[in-house]
Design a protein around this ligand. Structure first.
Ligand SMILES: Nc1ncnc2c1ncn2[C@@H]1O[C@H](COP(=O)(O)OP(=O)(O)OP(=O)(O)O)[C@@H](O)[C@H]1O
Length: 588
């Protein structure tokens, strides 16, 4: 608990002073009304008791001034405090977002997107409650209770001791509720994130779920999580209700005790009416401290459970800037200067002990086109992902322009590469902005030039708003071929020396296919290309064909050489050619 509060305080960062200033002043001022009222009643009654009218008038004037000052300053501190909370949360939100941008690809592979969304929405919201509601409650309770207790001791110490003893009983009862409450709150946060995961599955996969009539199954799963969430929330509400009931009982025990002791002391002339009323009014603040401290304890658990999940995300190591130095030293000694890309004995495993790539060696000369082919699951995409620096490899080295991967930062490496994936990802926005991601400072003319080279300009101009047409989430408002051409235009604009191309497996209609193919040819001009190739034309024209099966290169060479060898490639080629012939016959 203390650790978490320290973490919350640290997360305030440079806004610490402003936040604490706002928190303390606003909490004290906003809760001081009851103390001032008690003091006013007590002192004025005592003055009235002594029939001292001058003092009564003076006291009334003094209290009026205090009240005017409070009415002016309290709203200012309230605004200041609210503003600091929003500033703090804004900076934490940005920090979380930036951290999420830097998290390694593996993080997103191992965690559902709904979980990440839940952390940046639900959990950050409960964290805000800790900074806003809970922190203010704590400071108000402590300040109000302590100041009231001091005044009570000053008015009558015996009475004060009796009251505080009663108060301790309430705290004990309340703290007993805290631990289970925290456990329930943590479970609720977790289940909320599962609920969001299921919801995002439904939204993202809506076409598939409708086509495969999965709606009932998905409904069932969603209902199951919602049901669990409702049960947990009811359990928390039940425990809270018990706590409230117990607290009411304790409050009346305290009040009853105060009444009996006060009446007895007054009867014996040991306390004046003003002091008695003052103490009784202040007593509420002290019992509030004990009673609500317990309630606070249990409420703060919810906020801390949310903050925990945010800190957990922030504690996850970001993608490292570059690969470790031990790889660099080993590689530097044997660098090959004239190659563009070189893989030397590269091994890699997604799961420990099970190599997905095993001692892969590959040499790609400047300006060459290399086609990666082979059975599904052989490791072609994994080679691409390693080149893009998504995972550190376990052994061996990759060199780009003769320099080891370890000599580059990942940013520098990615700068040298353009990647066109099988299913291009378009961001929600305009066609123009989607192309511009290739080079953020490109001129409009450059963007258009890239679109022309990608054979996309004509179809863009046919859209209702041309380059300003919105593509929709993931580009849903465009056809597969149009999306591919926009992705090609983006890569052309980037103009990186290395092109990583993952060709689409599904053929487009003839016109679209020709346009995409031409676009790709323009994109490949003057570049070193590694392509996961499915089109026979790309494969046959490649300078080098590399056949990958079960994580190793089983064959490499030119098309004719490999055909003549009559091994794996010629078999694959035969199957592919047959499929193509059947397709052509079918459409004839
Ligand atoms: N993120 C991942 N985590 C764990 N295993 C993975 C991951 N990505 C791929 N694999 C596994 O690694 C192996 C190689 O996959 P990869 O995607 O590189 O094959 P591929 O040759 O590109 O296949 P395809 O032609 O079907 O796209 C497969 O067995 C696959 O299940």
């Amino acid at each position: 608990m203390i650790q978490q509060i320290v973490k919350l305080a640290r997360a305030l960062d440079r806004h610490k002073t402003s936040y604490f200033l706002g928190l303390v002043t606003y909490s004290i001022l906003s809760s001081s009304v009851s103390i001032i009222t008690a003091l006013m009643i007590s002192t004025i009654l005592n003055a009235l008791d002594g029939k001292d009218m001058n003092t009564v008038i003076l006291l009334c004037l003094q209290f009026m001034l205090i009240i005017i000052a409070l009415c002016t300053i309290t709203p200012i501190t309230q605004y200041w405090y609210g503003k600091s909370v929003k500033t703090v949360m804004n900076s934490i939100r940005l920090r979380v977002f930036r951290h999420m941008e830097k998290l390694p690809v593996t993080y997103y592979e191992n965690n559902h997107s709904g979980d990440s969304l839940s952390r940046i929405t639900n959990d950050l919201q409960t964290m805000e409650n800790a900074y806003a509601g809970e922190a203010q409650t704590l400071v108000s309770l402590l300040a109000n209770g302590t100041i009231s207790a001091i005044i009570m001791f000053y008015l009558d110490w015996r009475f004060a001791i009796a009251m505080i003893a009663l108060g301790f009983a309430s705290t004990y009862v309340n703290t007993r509720y805290a631990k289970p409450m925290r456990k329930i709150s943590a479970e609720i946060q977790e289940k909320s994130s599962v609920q969001l995961e299921r919801l995002s599955n439904l939204v993202a996969g809506t076409q598939v779920s409708r086509t495969f009539q999965m709606v009932d199954g998905m409904n069932g799963k969603y209902q199951e999580t919602t049901g669990m969430l409702a049960q947990l929330s009811m359990l928390r509400a039940k425990k809270n209700a018990y706590l409230t009931g117990t607290n009411y009982l304790l409050l009346w025990i305290n009040n009853g005790g105060a009444f009996i002791i006060g009446a007895f002391m007054m009867f014996n002339g040991q306390i004046s009416i003003g002091s008695l009323l003052g103490v009784i009014l202040l007593l509420e603040n002290v019992t509030n401290l004990f009673r609500n401290l317990g309630m606070f304890w249990s409420n703060v658990q919810t906020a801390l459970a949310g903050a925990d999940r945010v800190f957990e995300l922030l504690a996850h190591d970001p993608e490292s800037d570059r690969y470790p130095a031990n790889v660099r030293e080993e590689a530097a000694s044997s660098a090959t200067k004239d190659s563009m890309i070189e893989l030397r004995d590269v091994s890699f495993a997604y799961q420990q002990g099970k190599n997905t790539l095993d001692r892969v060696n590959l040499l790609v000369g400047r300006g060459q086109v290399v086609a990666l082919v082979g059975p599904s699951g052989g490791g072609k995409s994994t080679i691409m992902k390693l080149l893009l620096g998504f995972y550190p490899f376990a052994a061996g080295d990759i060199r780009v322009e003769g320099r080891s991967f370890a000599d580059y930062t990942l940013e520098e490496l990615r700068e040298k590469m353009a990647y066109v994936s099988q299913e291009p990802y378009l961001f929600d926005g305009t066609i123009e902005s989607n192309i511009r991601y290739g080079k953020m400072d490109a001129t409009d003319e450059e963007v258009m030039e890239a679109a022309r080279a990608a054979y996309a300009h004509d179809f863009i101009m046919e859209q209702p708003e041309g380059y300003e047409t919105l593509v929709g989430e993931r580009g849903v408002r465009l056809s597969g071929g149009q999306k591919q051409r926009i992705a090609i235009a983006r890569a052309i604009l980037k103009n990186a020396p290395i092109l990583l191309l993952d060709e689409a497996t599904s053929a487009l209609d003839t016109d679209s296919e020709i346009a995409v193919q031409r676009g790709i040819e323009r994109l490949m001009e003057g570049k070193t290309t590694i392509a996961i190739a499915h089109r026979l034309s790309t494969i046959e024209k490649a300078d080098l064909i590399v056949v990958i099966d079960r994580g190793t290169i089983v064959e490499q060479g030119k098309h004719e050489e490999l055909l003549a060898a009559g091994k794996v490639y010629s078999g694959l080629h035969q199957i592919q050619k047959q499929a193509l012939d059947e397709l052509i016959q079918g459409t004839a």
